[in-house]
Ligand binder design. Structure first.
Ligand SMILES: [Zn+2]
Ligand SMILES: [Zn+2]
Length: 389
């Protein structure tokens, strides 16, 4: 008998608007889109932010045959949760079939999500119209409190506290339970209770962590979002096992998200900050929950043989220090001091040498000049390069 495993992939984790600011590349700039593959093979997509385009470009049809039906749950109609739809290539392929679930908005009336599709692709907002979308699309209306089954999986929806409304989803699979609660603000007793119901005993509880606790109490109060601290409180109260901080503010740099994560980890045992490309598996033997970061998010990699001393903290929370050999290094860029003045946006060949395990090691890299400033020494310039090859 095979062990039931569910796979949860994060294709977009940023809130409000996409960002391509280099200071945000590590956690990623695409807006919300998650994919959950249940043990029975049912594919769920949660939200259609700009991350949906990436999912579409990696779309794999099992066995090259007829694509299975995909269940797409949309939490609400703010731009950051729907903007990926026109750019989702599988919607233009005839054999694909999608079941869309969302609520009836009082601003749109019947067939709210269908209207959102049409409005987004209306002229002059998009170059092709709906007739180009050949995949089968079925739209189902749902409401907070609804529960239904797809295959072996039970889906529950609950209202969350957010301007113009937002649904949270709980998906119970034989491998474990995922609660997805993006875009919500604490402070409404009834809706706070709904959130706790969604998260009750969940293996993975994904919660809005856009603002700091200080912002949430002052300048950002009433904006419809939450903080890492509120997530921790709900996770604790509801007995959720792992908390995932989600919907990062577009103005939060990677260093700021690092700091948010560090604070949350001081208060709760198992916390991750959602990161584009992150995959969490549920139900694997041993650890019930395992997070992976596939290589797709890492920069250029090079084999190396450098001596190194490493200090850190163990999974169990103890400090450690050890000597080792760096065997593989990822390189994004460097700042180089030069007497020559290279042309901005030109290529440089850079050979780096370092004492390795077996003598001096050389690394040949191609750099692209992105920045030139006055150097620290007279007659030198400081050249910023990004490694490309
Ligand atoms: Zn949002
Ligand atoms: Zn929203």
């Amino acid at each position: 008998m095979t062990v039931p495993i569910a796979k949860l992939s994060f294709w977009g984790v940023r809130g409000s608007t996409p960002t391509v600011d280099p200071a945000t590349w590590r956690y990623g700039g695409n807006t919300p889109c998650l994919e959950l593959i249940a043990p029975d093979g049912t594919q769920f997509i949660l939200d259609c932010g700009t991350g949906l385009r990436m999912l579409g470009s990696r779309w794999a049809t099992p066995n090259g045959g007829k694509a299975p039906e995909t269940q797409i749950l949309v939490t609400h109609y703010h731009w950051d949760h729907i903007q990926g739809i026109p750019f989702f290539s599988p919607l233009y392929v005839e054999n694909n079939e999608f079941h869309f679930y969302s609520f009836r908005s009082k601003y749109l009336g019947r067939d709210s999500l269908k209207q959102v599709f049409e409005a987004q692709m209306a002229l002059p907002y998009f170059p092709v119209d709906m007739s180009a979308m050949n995949a089968k699309r079925k739209f189902k209306e749902m409401d907070g409190g609804d529960t239904f089954k797809v295959g072996e999986n039970k889906i529950t929806a609950r209202w969350l506290n957010h301007p113009q409304g937002c649904l949270g989803f709980r998906i119970e699979t034989p491998a474990g339970t995922v609660a997805y609660a993006t875009d919500n603000e604490p402070g409404d007793p009834k809706l706070d209770e709904s959130l706790r119901e969604l998260a009750a005993g969940a293996d993975i509880f994904i919660n809005d962590a856009q603002f700091t606790p200080e912002q949430l109490e002052t300048t950002r109060k009433g904006w419809g979002h939450s903080s890492w601290l509120e997530g921790v409180k709900v996770a604790r109260h509801a007995g959720a096992k792992t908390l995932v901080l989600f919907h990062h503010d577009p103005d939060s740099t990677d260093r700021m998200v690092d700091s948010i994560l560090r604070q949350a980890r001081e208060e709760f045992d198992s916390v991750y900050a959602a990161s584009e490309g992150m995959v969490i598996t549920l139900g694997a033997p041993g650890d019930r929950v395992q997070a992976h970061m596939p290589g797709t998010r890492t920069a250029l990699r090079r084999e190396a043989q450098f001596h190194a001393k490493v200090c850190g903290v163990t999974e169990g929370g103890k400090d450690f220090e050890e000597e080792t050999i760096v065997r593989d290094i990822s390189l994004q860029g460097a700042l180089i001091s030069l007497k020559h003045l290279p042309r901005l946006q030109s290529e440089l060949q850079v050979t780096m040498e370092a004492p390795g395990a077996d003598g001096v090691q050389a690394m040949n890299l191609r750099g692209y000049v992105v920045r030139i400033e006055a150097g620290p020494e007279k007659g030198h310039v400081a050249v910023g390069v990004v490694f490309t090859d």
